[in-house]
Design a protein around this ligand. Structure first.
Ligand code: ADP
Ligand code: XUL
Length: 534
């Protein structure tokens, strides 16, 4: 295979679907396919790819066999698109962050000896000691979070070591909960994977290492030394170090493709597997984010991330190891109430039409006459609140006077939150900062204009919609060619396009609104703490 002719495969196991893309040596997309969990695999009865426990709505999982079955379907769909796997020089994976997969004792042997004449799901049916994997939407581990923080002397100490105070969805507290509530299942677990390393394990035909970037979303890793922090492992469960294996830099070549994929799908045996990583780090790779940019992803959840040269101590938000440069870091903010909350306000104000939503948004002035709204349909992460909160210029109100005000309050409230938390990470809005928007809502120019104004910075988009999946494909090339710099690898890609500039009065309006938001959140959290957390 000549270098011109080599292709790279990126696979993304996200909350709602499994998708894949093959790119050529110029990183142009040649083939794409996807499997939607709810509709393609209805037998698992997931909603949005998740199973919410009937008796405890904080408890949210996904059946690991649903993911395995999706793999069988995805590979067949890729073939239907005309994919030629013999041209794939390297493959890498990405996935929703924090979720964990529990491999049953003996399953690595099964993985190594997979029979190419059979589907994966036929052979891996008994390979998992926990059949429903906890995922990032879960918030049932408040008790275990407290225990983790106490083990190292409090939230600030934990954040210093791992980059985050304890968060319910982070994997450490999830593993601790499994050990505490299902000791036999834990005992029968040979290895624990993150969802991203689960993806690469399937390609590798053995349990793949966890990468340092996704590994820093577990509350278990020392982000400076990039090794597991033994007191934290001990606070979760016995013998955890062996079950996790050693973490590796995100672009590590972890071995050749398995015999199963070589024989069944005709990959060449020399095709390499590059470590997988979480979807937010992979998006940073796919969006080619560098210093001076902030990425805002407007998908099911909203996230914002930036490149950090040094780790910064914050209690709201996360510092992760960087997936491109192992000596750098990235800041990550995750907001659970993103597109689905915008959709709810759209539905109540417009009967479900984005064009009318935009008309309402554009018919109210920046700053919304001093009104502010905060909408948390599900338990928010930043800040830890649930419910609707509306304020006029001076006080809390039950209702706004018009639909226009409600729509603008929703969008402004969401973006002011991003500004406030990003400023805590040292972001200086309007000082040469540029915003790169991605995700479903980034096609909506009226929404992006509010983003530009609130952060007083221009907003750009790039052609490729799925930054995490493409990030995995680019990482496959980056990992295969360690001698070529990442910036050289991505130099073939087109530049992002500017879609809006902020208005000149933006800072005057939104700097004070951001201060007011901080004050409101402080009060709401204090009120909630008096009443006791939900
Ligand atoms: P995921 O995070 O699951 O990958 P996407 O990034 O594809 O999701 O985003 C899906 C969301 O995009 C939908 O829930 C929808 O609300 C939103 N969306 C799609 N089109 C528009 C639009 N024109 N304006 C605002 N939001 C939109
Ligand atoms: C990040 C987070 C989510 C998931 C979604 O901390 O929990 O963005 O990665 O896929």
């Amino acid at each position: 295979m000549g270098t011109q002719d080599r292709h790279f495969l990126g696979v993304d196991l996200s909350t709602q679907q499994l998708k894949a893309a093959i790119v050529n040596d110029n990183l142009e997309v040649l083939h794409e396919a996807s499997v939607l969990f709810d509709t393609d695999l209805p037998e698992f009865r997931s909603q949005g790819g998740a199973i919410v426990d009937k008796y405890d709505s904080q408890n949210i999982t996904a059946p690991v066999m649903m993911w395995v079955k999706a793999f069988d379907i995805l590979m067949d769909r890729m073939i239907v698109t005309g994919a030629d796997f013999s041209k794939i020089a390297a493959v890498s994976g990405t996935a929703q962050q924090h979720g964990s997969v529990y491999w049953q004792r003996g399953s690595e042997e099964t993985l190594k000896k997979l029979d190419p004449s059979q589907f994966l799901h036929e052979q891996l049916a008994h390979s998992f000691s926990v059949t429903n994997s906890p995922i990032w939407m879960d918030s049932s581990t408040t008790k275990q979070c407290k225990e983790l923080e106490e083990a190292v002397g409090g939230p600030e100490e934990l954040a210093k070591i791992t980059g985050s105070r304890a968060y319910e969805r982070f994997t450490g507290s999830q593993i601790a909960k499994i050990f505490q509530t299902r000791p036999d299942a834990y005992k029968n677990t040979e290895r624990v994977s993150l969802v991203s390393s689960f993806v690469t394990s399937l390609f590798l035909g053995q349990i793949a290492p966890i990468d340092i970037s996704d590994g820093s979303g577990m509350n278990l890793m020392d982000i400076r030394t990039k090794t597991w922090h033994q007191p934290l492992l001990d606070a979760c469960a016995p013998g955890l170090k062996e079950k996790l294996g050693e973490p590796v830099p995100s672009y590590t070549d972890i071995g050749p493709i398995s015999n199963y994929f070589a024989e069944r799908y005709h990959f060449l045996p020399k095709c390499r597997v590059i470590a997988g990583t979480g979807d937010n780090p992979a998006s940073l790779v796919g969006m080619r984010l560098s210093d001076g940019w902030i990425a805002v992803s407007l998908g099911t959840s909203d996230t914002a991330f930036l490149w950090l040269a040094e780790p910064k101590l914050v209690l709201d938000g996360h510092v992760l190891c960087n997936p491109i440069d192992k000596d750098a870091y990235m800041a990550l903010l995750c907001f659970k109430n993103g597109s689905l909350t915008r959709e709810r306000i759209r539905n109540t104000c417009t009967e479900g039409n984005w064009d009318i939503f935009n008309q309402l948004l554009e018919s109210t002035p920046r700053g919304n006459f001093g009104n502010m709204g905060l909408y948390y349909d599900v338990q928010e992460i930043l800040p830890f609140l649930k419910g609707d909160f509306r304020y006029n210029k001076t006080q809390k109100v039950n209702k706004f006077s018009s639909l226009e005000v409600e729509v603008r309050a929703c969008v402004e409230g969401q973006f002011i939150a991003k500004r406030a938390y990003a400023e805590d990470f040292g972001l200086k809005v309007g000082k040469g900062t540029k915003i790169l928007a991605t995700g479903g809502a980034s096609q909506n120019k009226a929404i992006l204009q509010v983003l530009a104004d609130v952060l007083n910075s221009p907003v750009y988009v790039q052609e490729a919609a799925n930054s995490a999946m493409l990030g995995a494909a680019y990482q496959a090339k980056h990992g295969l060619l360690p001698e070529v710099s990442y910036s050289e690898i991505i130099s073939v890609l087109p530049e992002p396009q500017k879609v809006c500039d902020p208005y000149s009065d933006a800072e005057e309006i939104y700097a004070p609104m951001t201060e007011r938001y901080r004050q409101i959140i402080k009060e709401l959290l204090a009120e909630q703490n008096c009443k006791g957390k939900p």
